[in-house]
Design a protein around this ligand. Structure first.
Ligand code: MTE
Ligand code: MO
Length: 198
């Protein structure tokens, strides 16, 4: 069963395509540098910070949390949008429940194997559309798109979706990720065209 969340734009207006974006049928690859090679059986995910039970999950632990499939749109801050991507993954909300996120947590930081980081306010991070995706359109997530596991955030520009994710840290104070330190928006709502900070 596929959960269609492509209608979430209605929270922000009438246009599915955010302002200043154009549609693409292809799925471009955008990475700041090297493309890590990580096999499922060596991948781990560290979940820590303001949580009751910090854990390091291996592939089997992670998959045991349970996955769902969502039809989502994908909006890159450089201007392209790809509609109707099917991602299968573990919702971040499931992971958050598993570790018991503390009441004091206000922010979340994702870390990746290429030393990429990105941060989100917790309310945006803990929306049900934030997935730690393991499949794209029914196939294992390709390595250049972040396999074995990447984050997807259809409600925010796609730089919030860390490819090759290896860490999730819940924070009691906001910190800045890779692009956020370089002037990109922390909130990154595509329908408000929040591309750059303040
Ligand atoms: N680890 C990591 N994640 C990343 C990036 C990156 O360079 N490294 N680039 C981000 C940017 S800017 C975008 S638009 C999307 C692109 O995802 P794609 O290559 O699957 O299209 O990944 C995001 N996640
Ligand atoms: Mo991007």
């Amino acid at each position: 069963m596929v959960k269609d969340v492509t209608g979430l734009y209605r929270e922000y207006g009438d246009e599915r395509l955010p302002p200043g974006q154009h549609r693409t049928e292809s799925f471009p690859v955008l990475s700041k540098g090297n493309i890590p090679r990580i096999d499922r059986d060596e991948w781990t995910l560290s979940v820590r910070g303001a949580v009751e039970n910090p854990v390091t999950l291996d592939w089997d632990d992670f998959r045991a949390l349970g996955v769902e499939t969502q039809r989502q749109d994908f909006h890159c801050v450089t201007g392209w949008s790809k509609f109707d991507c099917e991602f299968t993954g573990v919702p971040l909300t499931t992971l958050a429940e598993h570790v018991g996120v503390a009441d004091e947590a206000v922010h979340v930081m994702f870390a990746a194997a290429d030393d990429y980081t990105t941060d989100l306010p917790l309310d945006a991070g803990l929306r049900p559309e934030t997935l730690l995706a393991v499949e794209f359109d029914g196939d294992p997530l390709p390595r250049d798109h972040g396999g074995p596991v990447r984050v997807v955030t259809p409600h925010r520009y796609a730089y919030k979706g860390a490819k090759w994710v290896t860490g999730v840290e819940f924070l009691t104070e906001p910190e800045r990720g890779f692009w956020e330190r370089r002037g990109y928006s922390v909130s990154a709502n595509p329908w408000n065209e929040e591309r750059y900070s303040g």
